[in-house]
Write a protein that binds this ligand. Structure first.
Ligand SMILES: Cc1cc2nc3c(=O)[nH]c(=O)nc-3n(C[C@H](O)[C@H](O)[C@H](O)COP(=O)(O)O)c2cc1C
Ligand SMILES: C=C(O[C@@H]1CC(C(=O)O)=C[C@@H](OP(=O)(O)O)[C@H]1O)C(=O)O
Length: 331
């Protein structure tokens, strides 16, 4: 379903070319100061049309508070925030309706929803909805005042120099992927559960909700498979559990160690590439060559950092609320 979290419970809705997209968050503590300006920095960081390699579609992305806020403070009731879609160009999608874009959700959406899906701009599958995740992240970050979360691009198309990676795609008239790293400091030790609700499981669950994320690794990640145990083990150097290295990425046994949380995601190249591709035409019932016209991100990874921070904040806020409620029961 479209909900995630237990105490900080987020439901996401809307379509890229419908009137708006939005989010409802249940479980926000009452009395958190919240106003439009709080959203500006992260929403601007996610916006397209400002940086080479991002979609030219520009939206205002001004949060409209529908419920759960009164006198610039959260009320404790479900908080609903909307973002209007004003700059849609649905004709791009109507023209190519019979040819599902390979790598996008057009084909699977058609299979699952029987043709009733809103296909315009990828509908409910669109990266457009990540503006809502960013909004939820702003609220979550307020709950996590002593925890700081920062994501950054590590590489684009295998290049550490972002410009060089982008240029590769521009020269090839194609799209390109990248790797984004997220680090969170100030976490207490003890968040998470040993099995299904391990911190890795919850963060992965949330990260894979971001369209175009295809891989994740924590700490040393896949490189751990090449290491000796004596090297991979993080030597514990004091009573607090600080460690000399952090190959675990801040999680052992599903539980936060109190060290820095470190993980990386692989972002695929945008499926809507200007390059010629083949796909199945439902009307002519034949394979045809086509190229995607319209406004698209050449490199989605450029836009992922604020979204990754946001979903991480959602998970950590949920875990902190669970922890506080458990402690209250014990008191
Ligand atoms: C911020 C953001 C922007 C995106 N922009 C585009 C885009 O311009 N064109 C496109 O084809 N896909 C874009 N995507 C990715 C698609 O939404 C995604 O590939 C598609 O929904 C299929 O999901 P999957 O890649 O997770 O399997 C974007 C994703 C994000 C997170
Ligand atoms: C609108 C946004 O990104 C969109 C994400 C997207 C996709 O397929 O995911 C495809 C494009 O949609 P459209 O064809 O309507 O321009 C992007 O512009 C946004 O991020 O706010």
């Amino acid at each position: 379903m479209n909900s995630f979290g237990r105490f900080f419970k987020v439901s996401i809705f809307g379509e890229s070319h419908g009137p708006s997209v939005g989010i409802t968050i249940d479980g926000v503590p009452a009395g958190l100061p919240l106003q439009e300006e709080d959203f500006t920095v992260d929403i601007e960081r996610r916006k397209g049309g400002q940086q080479k390699g991002t979609t030219p579609r520009k939206e205002d992305d001004i949060p409209i508070f529908v419920t759960g806020i009164y006198n610039n403070k959260t009320t404790g009731a479900p908080l609903t925030i909307l973002f209007e879609n004003k700059n849609t160009r649905s004709g791009d999608y109507e023209k190519q309706r019979a040819v599902p874009r390979p790598g996008h959700a057009d084909f699977v959406a058609h299979q699952k929803f029987g043709g009733f899906e809103d296909f315009r701009g990828g509908g409910h599958f669109s990266g457009r909805l990540t503006v809502c995740l960013v909004a939820a992240g702003v609220v979550a970050k307020k709950i996590l005042s002593s925890i700081s979360i920062e994501a950054s691009i590590l590489e684009i198309g295998g290049e550490k120099d972002i410009e060089a990676g982008l240029q590769k795609a521009i020269n090839a008239k194609d799209s390109i992927g990248g790797i984004v790293e997220c680090r969170a400091t100030g976490l207490p030790a003890g968040l998470g559960e040993p099995f299904f609700d391990s911190v890795e499981s919850l963060i992965s669950h949330a990260a894979f909700s971001i369209p175009a994320i295809k891989g994740i690794e924590f700490g040393a990640g896949f490189a751990a498979a090449h290491m000796f145990g004596s090297v991979h083990n993080d030597a514990i150097i004091n009573e607090r559990g600080d460690t000399r290295t952090n190959y675990a990425g801040g999680i052992i046994g599903g539980i936060s160690t109190g060290n820095e949380l470190v993980f990386r995601v692989a972002v695929k190249p945008t499926s809507s590439t200007p390059k010629e591709q083949e796909s199945w035409n439902w009307e002519t019932k034949s394979v045809e060559t086509f190229s995607v016209k319209g406004r698209h991100d050449l490199c989605i990874a450029l836009r992922v950092p604020p979204v990754l921070e946001a979903v991480t904040a959602m998970v950590l806020a949920d875990l902190m609320l669970i922890e506080h409620r458990t402690l209250r029961v014990l008191e």
